[in-house]
Design a protein around this ligand. Structure first.
Ligand SMILES: O=c1ccn([C@@H]2O[C@H](COP(=O)(O)OP(=O)(O)O)[C@@H](O)[C@H]2O)c(=O)[nH]1
Ligand SMILES: [Ca+2]
Length: 415
């Protein structure tokens, strides 16, 4: 469906006898690097190519963890690219494009370190047998991240074909940034939103005027640092950051974006100035004080479009992971939740931290942050429905599929 009228048949760069072609898209996220190898099939000359399947693999940590050793970062990409050598038939290698787009992890690095990583990756691509388009390795603009994930979800759920399009909004919660995207239905939203939150995007012969924004520093892991008062503190080594969202006796270390942080629970005998919120007392832990700490991170920091209060959204990435970790949804099937379900679970975990001590020590903070982000950040209602989805028809709900469509469109690759 999706290639309709986009490409003249004579631009087809692949062997006319075969009816399969491929696209390779890397997602260089802040917490990991992933390869998506998409297979498309043209079943007959009259109908349009279909997405047939996806091969997916991931490695941790993300590229930004190799900020000081870019060759090693590129090696992690090469190991994933070797999978594509096996997956794509040799006679199609030269016609199969490979692209890497980095997100918030690299956006937060210095220009110099980010460029060093990108150029090492580019060398790996150049040395491969695949088609390396211009600008094949880059940091993606945050607004594209939201738009392309919206394209993926709405394509996979069949909303971008036919006349009756009932598109759904998308919420992505990464490690370092978070995105919200939807197609406004109300004139008010178009009038009242900041200019740079509205973007026109062309796909499959339609133009969509979308509301989208990427909030850098509001991903789940960045929010942990912000809650601890440690965000953007490159020289944080050695300092201890405490929070009422952590188990009281906990003292540990954490590496993120190439920086080491020491963090711990809110013990009774720590000086008050070590606790990030003035409303939280020494020794206090649990949902209430934790919510106050987390609130400082989100309150008043995000734009709240009125229109979203009554609608439902698709949510994935860390929304999905934390809901699955706490049995709010099934890990394989996903599920539908209300915003208040995250709050209920946050209370349960934060007020019984000993019971959940075998899970991540950040579980209480993460669930509380998700609750605050949804309610106080975006302004969702308690009963707003969230459809938690990892895959649709066995394809990952990731911006990478939308990015691959966009890539194939720009290269004119079709039959
Ligand atoms: O193909 C993917 C890519 C990411 N994620 C989830 O996205 C979150 C991490 O976000 P990421 O590393 O992409 O951070 P970003 O750069 O987007 O801030 C984790 O929950 C991952 O499980 C996922 O489930 N599938
Ligand atoms: Ca991501």
């Amino acid at each position: 469906m999706w290639f309709q009228d986009l490409f003249p048949p004579n631009t087809c760069p692949i062997n006319a006898k075969t009816n399969t072609f491929y696209g390779i898209m890397f997602d260089a996220g802040s917490t990991g690097t992933r390869i998506h190898i998409y297979t498309f099939v043209q079943k007959s000359p009259e109908i349009l190519p279909e997405l047939e399947g996806e091969i997916f693999e991931s490695v941790k940590p993300g590229l930004s963890a190799y900020a000081d050793e870019p060759e090693k970062g590129a090696e992690s990409v090469k190991r994933l690219l070797d999978m594509a050598i096996d997956a794509v038939p040799p006679h199609l290698w030269k016609k199969t494009p490979v692209v890497l787009k980095a997100t918030a992890g690299l956006r937060l690095l210095s220009e110099e370190k980010a460029q060093a990583l990108l150029s090492e990756v580019k060398e790996v691509f150049e040395a491969s047998p695949f088609l390396v388009p211009e600008d094949s390795v880059s940091i993606m603009d945050g607004s594209y991240e939201g738009i392309l994930a919206w394209i993926t979800v709405n394509f996979l759920t069949g909303q971008l074909s036919g006349q009756n399009q009932h598109t759904v909004g998308t919420l992505d919660l990464g490690g370092a940034s978070t995105q919200i995207t939807f197609l406004p239905r109300f004139e008010e939203t178009l009038k009242e939103s900041p200019r740079d939150f509205l973007t026109s995007f062309e796909m499959f012969n339609s133009t969509y005027q979308l509301y989208t924004h990427s909030y850098l520093g509001f991903g789940l892991k960045a929010a942990r640092l912000a809650t601890l008062g440690a965000l953007n503190m490159e020289a944080a080594d050695g300092q201890m950051f405490r929070s009422s969202c952590l188990p009281k006796q906990l003292e540990a270390e954490w590496h993120f974006g190439g920086v080491k942080y020491r963090y711990g629970g809110n013990k009774k005998d720590v000086p008050l100035w070590l606790i990030p919120s003035v409303f939280v007392l020494a020794g206090e832990t649990g949902f209430k004080p934790c919510y106050l700490e987390v609130l400082k991170v989100v309150k008043g920091k995000l734009h709240q479009p009125d229109e979203i209060r009554g609608s439902s959204f698709y949510a994935f990435s860390y929304y999905y992971d934390r809901a699955a970790d706490t049995n709010l949804i099934d890990y394989e099937q996903g599920g539908v939740l209300e915003v208040r379900d995250f709050e209920r679970k946050a209370k349960e975990v934060c007020d019984n931290m000993e019971r959940f001590s075998s899970a991540s020590p950040f579980l209480c903070m993460d669930l509380t942050y998700i609750t605050a982000l949804l309610k106080e950040g975006f302004g969702f209602r308690d009963n707003t429905l969230l459809k938690l989805t990892k895959k649709v028809n066995n394809i990952e709900t990731s911006w990478t599929l939308g990015a691959t469509f966009h890539l194939l469109q720009s290269l004119g690759i079709t039959y």
